[in-house]
Design a protein around this ligand. Structure first.
Ligand code: S3P
Length: 181
């Protein structure tokens, strides 16, 4: 069966949206950022949803938006870092398309997230700046809890700090090789 949608999973700050947008342009597909879809649907930023409604309400909204999104055709969908961590969401994703885990090292994630203020699970809602040690510990802990889920993706694609162009080239080649596009 032809593959009509590809879901990108991985930790916050692993480059899902950046890579997703480039792959979509290359394939001539649509690019969907699940967090942006959630923000549009609720009319609030992710940080405000976490603050006003709490994480469990956010997760149920996320699952609902995932269900709608998984009907779109010819689309690259960048998931939130926590989307691919429940059996229910994983089964929606597996039954509607292919998935790629964009795997980054905690140090690289830290460098990408350290000045961002829009990741409530990273800074906490008080937006406190974490020390490097605190941040790395937080990232590593959450990452090891999520790794068993992320690893269920159809492809595990490791990225390092090398040139984005090279990463994209390899990723596109891998997609053509492994998926029926
Ligand atoms: C989350 C990751 C975020 C966003 C929310 C929760 C997580 O998405 O969905 O802040 O649980 O890891 P990104 O991975 O796009 O940052």
């Amino acid at each position: 069966m032809k593959c009509k949608r590809i879901f990108l999973t991985g930790f916050m700050g692993s480059g899902k949206s950046t890579l997703g947008q480039i792959i979509a342009n290359t394939l001539g597909w649509n690019f969907i950022d699940l967090d942006k879809e959630i923000e549009k649907k609720v009319g609030k930023s992710i940080t405000d949803i976490f603050r006003d409604e709490g994480e469990s309400k956010f997760r149920s909204i996320e699952s609902g938006v995932l269900k709608q999104t998984s009907k779109l055709e010819d689309s690259i969908i960048a998931l939130g870092g926590g989307t691919f961590t429940t059996d229910e969401n994983i089964s929606i994703i597996k039954s509607s398309g292919k998935s790629i885990y964009i795997k980054s090292k905690p140090e690289d994630i830290y460098v990408r997230l350290r000045f961002k203020t829009n990741r409530p699970l990273f800074q906490g809602l008080d937006q406190r700046i974490l020390s490097k040690e605190e941040a790395l510990q937080k990232i590593s802990l959450l990452m090891s809890a999520r790794e068993p889920f992320y690893s269920k993706a159809d492809i595990v694609f490791s990225v390092d700090n090398s040139d984005v162009g090279k990463v994209v080239d390899l990723l596109i080649k891998t997609i053509y090789k492994k998926f029926n596009i």
